[in-house]
Write a protein that binds this ligand. Structure first.
Ligand code: PLP
Length: 393
């Protein structure tokens, strides 16, 4: 069984490139070049250099002593919260901006929901001195004012999407329209392991630095490369893909993917795609998708903006179908409580997305000798207002 993409762009039954004909030349150009370019020594050199001196990699693998005592197992935290801009997303945008430059592109577009991917994209465009246009739903622009301000400070133009529900999917439609109209000079940076092939595979490879480092760091700390468990939260699935990547074929490593249950999987207000989704096509990819009986995409809900996505990347749909990964859904309430718990136990305020992953410690039983690596995908600064409102801090 392969858990990696095949030459047609599929992970088992999922993936592919279901795109309008007008988009074909852009996607095909990328498909034909992404592996060749990313294998070039000059690409690898610059990618590694920027991850080190700009992003701050390798991020530490931190042994969480107090959590380990409390749960009577060995808990390690992979500190992606310490990346420049506060989360793992920048690993991917660094990789893609270098790809864009190698392809001779001069104009960058992206779409963003909560603004985190928009900020990570605006950051690398500033770094490279490239024009940056970020599409964002009008409603999200109002809800996410600090990230809009960040993008503007970084020199990006934030263009409101005013159609439909004026949120992420409408911003995505606008970005795709832009790309169709500007095929020559424009590169579209997608923010997770979603979208048409080759995006899911390309983004997974850029994020795979996370598991590459975990292996080296565990070898140094524990004398073995493989933990017993790797745990990560899943929105589109990029931090999880990076955390799982180099363990996919090591079957002694159990993989736990954590989705957002929102108010509860059966409440009608949820984003637990593996539990609720059926096969469908979103953003050019065949995957599991939350949809109505007649195939309309249903609105997801989670208190964390980064997990509030109606699908998962095709790699995760395949990991779910083949049972290579266990999928667990965690409610808003459990995640929010873990935001406080991690803060008070380890002195680390996590992003709310990340807090979902920690709740696994309460849902599963681990042995004292087990090594459990939890990917700490991001820090909680961006979520402070949500924490304040929720807990009346
Ligand atoms: C965006 C985000 C996520 C969700 O995105 P993935 O592509 O699933 O990783 C998770 N955690 C943090 C901190 C984020 O910013």
């Amino acid at each position: 069984m392969s858990y990696h993409v095949n030459e047609k762009g599929f992970y088992g039954n999922f993936g592919g490139a279901f795109i309008p004909e007008m988009l074909y030349p852009n996607v095909e150009e990328l498909r034909q070049n992404y592996l060749k370019i990313s294998a070039e020594p000059s690409f690898q050199e610059e990618f590694k250099y920027l991850l080190k001196d700009y992003v701050g990699r390798p991020t530490p693998l931190y042994f969480a002593e107090r959590l380990s005592k409390e749960y009577n197992t060995k808990v390690y935290l992979k500190r992606e919260d310490l990346c420049h801009t506060g989360a793992h997303k920048v690993n991917n945008t660094i990789g893609q901006i270098l790809m864009a430059k190698k392809l001779g592109k001069t104009r960058i577009i992206a779409e963003t929901g909560a603004g985190q991917h928009g900020v990570a994209t605006a950051t690398v465009c500033a770094l490279m001195g490239l024009e940056c246009i970020v599409y964002m739903g009008e409603v999200d622009i109002k809800r996410q004012a600090p990230n809009v301000a960040r993008m503007k400070m970084l020199g990006a133009e934030v263009r409101p999407a005013t159609s439909g529900s004026k949120t992420l999917k409408d911003a995505t439609n606008e970005a795709i329209r832009d790309w169709i109209n500007n095929p020559e000079n424009t590169y579209y940076i997608i923010g997770s392991v979603v979208g048409p092939h080759p995006y899911p595979d390309m983004v997974a490879r850029f994020q795979a630095v996370i598991s590459e480092e975990i292996k080296q760091q565990l070898l140094e700390k524990e004398g073995r490369e493989n933990p017993d468990y790797v745990v990560a939260c899943v929105g589109g699935g990029s931090n999880a893909a990076g955390t799982f990547y180099h363990f996919l074929d090591d079957h002694e490593v159990k993989i736990i993917a954590v989705e957002a249950a929102g108010l509860g999987v059966d409440s009608g207000e949820s984003a637990a795609t593996s539990a609720l989704g059926k096969i469908g096509v979103i953003h050019g990819s065949k995957t599991l998708l939350m949809q109505s009986a007649d195939g309309q995409i249903t609105e997801p809900y989670s208190i964390s903006a980064g997990l509030d996505y109606p699908g998962v990347g095709p790699m995760h749909a395949h990991l779910f179908e083949t049972k290579r990964a266990d999928f667990i859904a965690i409610t808003d309430e459990d995640a929010m409580n873990w935001g406080i718990k991690l803060s008070k136990t380890e002195g680390i305020i996590p992003a709310i997305e990340t807090a979902h992953a920690f709740a696994v410690l309460d849902k599963m039983k681990f042995k004292p000798e087990d090594i459990v690596v939890i990917n700490l995908s991001g820090r909680g600064d961006k979520d402070l207002n949500t924490y304040i409102d929720y807990f009346k801090l």
